[in-house]
Design a binder for this molecule. Structure first.
Ligand SMILES: Nc1ncnc2c1ncn2[C@@H]1O[C@H](COP(=O)(O)OP(=O)(O)OP(=O)(O)O)[C@@H](O)[C@H]1O
Ligand SMILES: [Mg+2]
Length: 585
């Protein structure tokens, strides 16, 4: 008994409890229907043996067949309503549980949208997937069982009262054994809570490994690393196997016990009950009803034990979900919500910006201003922080100090949605979703008309090859679609970035896989449409740099120099050397 209360007194349990109460509140109508019909069911369960007792004592023994018909029709009615209540409870109870599951998933994925990149650096995708799928279903289970369990616990009490009412001695004997069974169940629950946490942890580890393996399957195969990769997966699989076996062993010892105990109790009843009936202490009808009640007792006991074993798993799962949901976004949404000036063309100012990933300082002091409408190359050695510089602008990461302004407005005072709407980034690694080419281009923009899509694509030099795909713009591309080359993918991603007509366009090595003449073409086209916006091009390619109005050269966490390519080449030795190196490559 102590054990059971310990399980229910942990902070984890209380935390999950608050979460469950909130979910019940959100679904209280359906939940109420489920509980009421479940309670109705437990009432009717108790009525049935009572009617049988009345049939025996009032109709069979005194030989009054007419009464039998009355009782039988009541019995029939009770049976019918009972069946109906099961259906209704199931429907509404399950509906609540599916609502809860969907709610949790929406919350998780909604919350993840708010978290910045540093969160994703820390938490592997596999773990997020495990929470969004496995843990969410685990919590759902608790809600699916809750009405049933409530009804069965109530039934347990009603049956106990009825048993005691029929015979204090026999009822007492039976009820005495119940705490015994419950304490066993709680011992089981306490152990199960820790093991099932381990199982879920190793499942998450497995998902991470498999994701990594499958994500990098080409590299793995090309480098003949299949063995070491599958070793890792094997290890993760072993982890799941071992912890699952531990849980299985626990279940295998306890479940048969739960099965056996009620059996032994029934034998006891027949013995003692038969004796007191023969001696006239209770009526025959009472005895028959009593044995029926004992059989009925088995069911709620099992359900309760099951419920007790599910609760810890569900508590563990909801705690993991809550950990995730309570993860505070580093990026605090501003409460000022200033708007960007509608006339602004994208002036960018970084002032004294410091930034570090964890402990690794990337920027000591970044200070520069980019005039609106300019096209600026960000140049720097690999690892100097060029990409990081770009990530700071849409607040994918947050500087530790300093300020960044767009058209004179501090980006911390702009609503995130508004801020990000005004900035487009095309990455070197162009991720395509398993959607049509068109959907991949229009993702995240409100522009949907065909003409704009075609225009953006032709600027990105993507229109020609997309039109030649089997189904043109309707062709599925991405992971599960038509295979595009690296340069083609980059051009689709570029079209995605420019269709939004952003105030600031950032190309982070976004044309690295595109050949020089196509890149030149793209740059010419871009000039005509991006006139109204500022463009940052992260690159170390000289021909690209030469097309830019200005260069910002990053070195040792600072802006080493800013100016025209010609001037930098003349004045800055490390700049010259870097470009020479790049040329050679
Ligand atoms: N998510 C991250 N977590 C921790 N450190 C990171 C992370 N991303 C980058 N870094 C580190 O920060 C530094 C700057 O990285 P960044 O990607 O901005 O450089 P880069 O100039 O864009 O390099 P490249 O030319 O190779 O793209 C590097 O030392 C890198 O190792
Ligand atoms: Mg980079």
């Amino acid at each position: 008994m102590n054990n059971m209360f310990k399980t229910f007194k942990t902070e984890e349990f209380r935390r999950a409890g608050r979460f469950y109460r909130q979910e019940i509140k959100n679904n209280y109508r359906n939940f109420l229907v489920a509980i009421i019909t479940a309670l109705m069911w437990s009432g009717l369960v108790v009525v049935q043996p009572y009617l049988i007792k009345r049939i025996i004592d009032d109709s069979i023994i005194p030989n009054r067949p007419a009464l039998m018909v009355t009782f039988l029709s009541f019995l029939l009615l009770a049976g019918y309503i009972k069946a109906l209540s099961i259906g209704v409870r199931r429907y509404f109870g399950m509906q609540v549980s599916y609502n809860v599951e969907a709610d949790i998933r929406n919350n998780i994925f909604g919350h993840m949208q708010k978290l910045d990149f540093s969160f994703h650096d820390r938490v592997p995708t596999g773990e997020l997937m495990a929470r969004g799928t496995g843990d969410a279903s685990q919590v759902r289970m608790a809600f699916a069982i809750a009405p049933l369990a409530t009804a069965n616990i109530v039934l347990l009490f009603v049956l106990s009262a009825t048993l005691l009412n029929i015979s204090l001695l026999l009822g007492g004997l039976i009820l005495f054994s119940i705490p015994l069974i419950l304490s066993m169940a709680s011992k089981f629950a306490a152990k199960a809570i820790s093991i099932s946490t381990k199982v879920q942890e190793s499942q998450a580890a497995m998902t991470t490994e498999v994701e990594e393996l499958l994500g990098g399957i080409r590299v793995v195969k090309a480098f003949g690393k299949e063995d070491s990769a599958s070793d890792k997966v094997d290890k993760a699989t072993d982890g799941i196997f071992n912890t699952s076996m531990e849980l299985l062993k626990l279940r295998s010892t306890f479940v048969p016990l739960f099965e056996l105990i009620p059996m032994a109790v029934s034998m006891l009843v027949l013995l003692v009950g038969g004796y007191i009936t023969i001696n006239g202490l209770i009526s025959l009808g009472d005895f028959v009803a009593f044995t029926q009640y004992i059989i009925l007792l088995v069911w709620p006991l099992r359900i309760t034990a099951w419920f007790l074993s599910e609760i810890p798993r569900s508590v563990a799962a909801s705690n993991r979900i809550l950990d995730l949901l309570e993860e505070k976004p580093n990026i605090i949404e501003s409460n000022k919500s200033e708007n960007l000036p509608s006339k602004g063309k994208g002036e960018i100012t970084y002032e004294g910006v410091k930034f570090r990933y964890g402990q690794d300082t990337v920027f000591e002091d970044i200070t520069f201003t980019i005039q609106p409408g300019k096209t600026v190359a960000i140049v720097g050695a690999t690892g100097s922080g060029k990409s990081t510089l770009a990530y700071l602008l849409p607040r994918l990461y947050e500087p530790s100090s300093g300020s960044i302004k767009i058209d004179g407005v501090d980006i911390r005072n702009i609503e995130l949605e508004e801020l990000r709407k005004n900035i487009s980034i095309a990455f070197e690694e162009s991720f395509l979703f398993s959607n049509t080419a068109e959907e991949n281009i229009t993702i995240g923009s409100d522009v949907l008309d065909e003409e704009s899509i075609k225009r953006a694509s032709s600027i990105a030099q993507a229109d020609d090859f997309i039109s030649e795909l089997p189904e043109g713009y309707e062709t599925k591309v991405g992971e599960r679609g038509y295979g595009l080359s690296g340069g083609q993918r980059q051009r689709v991603a570029l079209a995605r970035a420019i269709i939004r007509k952003p105030r600031i366009l950032i190309l982070d090595d976004a044309m690295s896989a595109v050949d020089a003449s196509t890149e030149e073409e793209i740059r010419q086209q871009l000039k005509t449409v991006m006139d109204a916006s500022t463009t940052l091009i992260i690159t170390n390619r000289v021909p690209t740099i030469e097309m830019c109005d200005e260069i910002i050269f990053i070195e040792d966490g600072r802006v080493k120099a800013q100016g025209s390519h010609e001037n930098l080449k003349r004045d800055v030795k490390s700049y010259r050397n870097l470009l020479l190196e790049t040329e050679k490559v």
